[in-house]
Design a protein around this ligand. Sequence first.
Ligand code: PEP
Length: 252
Amino acid sequence: MRPLTIIGNWKMNGSLAANQQLIEELLSSKDFLANLQGVRTGLCVPYPYLSQVSQLLAKSSIACGAQDVSDHPNGAYTGDVSAKMLQDFACQYVIVGHSERRQFHQEGDGLVARKAKACLQANITPIICVGETEAEHDDGKTLTVVRRQLQAVLDLLQGQIASCVIAYEPVWAIGTGKVPTPAQAQDVHRELRLQLAKFDDEAASKVAILYGGSLKPDNAKDLLAMPDIDGGLVGGASLNAKDFLALCQACK
Ligand code: PEP
């Protein structure tokens, strides 16, 4: 059985006051979270808030994570943050290759794979995002694109893929309110798992493949019921405690 996983991606949102309020609201549902046995939860937050959030979450079942990492261990890379630095803040997850990084920072498949490797070297689980743009979707290129993105990671990480999480996030669904049907999303997840299986059968059965893109309490149940969808990567709905908790509940 693969663990179900719900990870929030706050993106570039938050403030010291708002973070505290949101996390206090989440943690006041301690009993609720304790009952979510078998569901892994985490929040990936902007770098400046890692110290605050990791302290607030320290005694809870919610893990703390980041949204990006350098592929270098240290050195003259102004503005970058290494995996080892994230380790100092008890980060358990790092999102790599989010479509907003690919689009606005020109991150390519090779760099995304190297970032995932840097995470693993620091014992941090990379959440590796793949997904097609709307134009690629309309051209029927979804599988070609996501397979290419995953293959770059497989080529570099080889036997370490079992320690990663994959997130399928159709770019056209992120922040738009549009979602694929559960069957459409399942097809892509299944293809990704088959690709993993060609590489390593055992790893394929273990790796969590999350769905991301306008996941909300009202559409989550059907998507998360699909056999190859092992949870969600949640943007907008992770900024609201009630929605985030409802999504965790939908995983059950
Ligand atoms: C995301 O940014 O990873 C995401 C899935 O965003 P949203 O849930 O807002 O579509």
